[in-house]
Design a protein around this ligand. Structure first.
Ligand SMILES: [Fe+2]
Ligand SMILES: [Fe+2]
Length: 298
């Protein structure tokens, strides 16, 4: 069993430049080309750690590149199961609640598309399972600057009002991150009753040690927005309580490759990404019930 691990493919960046409403009537060519390029690799399923595309578009109504559209297009074209979580960008020009409701429908309506956040424990082999939750950054690592503005504060409905009260953003970020931690505290121990090893997918890096951009650790000011301490703490707690089990986390968001062995049985990996140049960087080989992350082009 081999998994193609994609992260932060941001397919909206493949939308033709300077094209306005009604000019694009089908899947943009560069998205078609990207999906075709994946056919060069050998894999059995796809796992995506968030930031697929956007929920909508600022001014284009027939936007053939929403996250929902891209996932469906990828599943139809590649004919391989897709297991995914959402990233912060996947809610842009929409709302978290509406987008999540759509993902439940998308999973329910398509056997090959699974939004992991909705309680799924996926069987990958007799020893290895797969779980995931979108997650969020929780502002708890690094030094929080309350003037800092992430684009989602402007573009995601739930953040409206943050300009007059930054506390709205702060509370929401922490709540979203804590939801992911609570979810993992419930789902992972449950999955470990069946599996000895678990792949855990979550968009935001759970440890400061794997929050890197272009090879450099995320600085103190940005760390609050590029790590999720709540999930990191939950994973440490769970891994310590299950010393005979192995956890490997897959994340994105920072767009920089990093790995960190947090405990002998807990490893965290973040894969790299470039806006406008989506690519498959890593394959996860599960042969002999081992979780091996290898370069896709080696
Ligand atoms: Fe991203
Ligand atoms: Fe992100």
């Amino acid at each position: 069993m081999k998994l193609a691990w994609l992260t932060d493919i941001h397919l909206d960046h493949l939308w033709p430049r300077d094209v306005r409403d009604e000019q694009v009537v089908d899947t943009p060519e560069r998205i078609i080309d990207f999906c075709e390029s994946l056919k060069d690799y050998e894999f059995d399923a796809i796992v995506i750690s968030g930031d697929v595309s956007l929920a909508g578009h600022k001014w284009i109504s027939n936007f053939f590149a929403t996250t929902e559209y891209c996932l469906k297009y990828m599943a139809d074209t590649l004919k391989k199961p897709i297991y995914f979580v959402l990233g912060n960008h996947d809610y842009y020009f929409g709302s978290i609640n509406t987008t999540r409701a759509k993902m439940v429908q998308l999973s329910d309506a398509n056997d090959g598309i699974t939004w992991l956040t909705n309680g799924y424990i996926v069987n990958l082999s007799s020893e290895i399972g797969l779980v995931g939750h979108d997650g969020w950054y929780d502002l708890r690592n690094g030094t929080l600057c309350r003037d800092y503005i992430m684009s989602e504060f402007e573009y995601v409905a739930e953040f409206s009002g943050y300009r007059s009260d930054w506390g709205i953003a702060e509370r929401l970020c922490k709540e979203l991150a804590d939801d992911a931690a609570d979810y993992f505290r419930e789902v992972i121990p449950d999955a470990l009753k069946t599996y000895n090893k678990l792949i855990v997918v979550t968009h935001v890096p759970p440890f400061a040690e794997v929050s890197k951009y272009r090879g450099k650790p995320t600085d103190e000011e940005h760390l609050p927005f590029y790590s999720n301490k709540a999930v990191g703490d939950a994973l440490l707690e769970i891994a310590k309580a299950h010393p005979d089990k192995e956890l490997v986390t897959l994340s994105g968001h920072t767009h920089g490759f990093a790995e960190f062995q947090a405990l002998p049985n807990l490893k965290s990996v973040v894969s790299s990404a470039w806006y406008g140049a989506p690519a498959l960087h890593k394959i996860i080989d599960l042969a002999d019930n081992q979780i091996k992350i290898i370069d896709a082009n080696q």
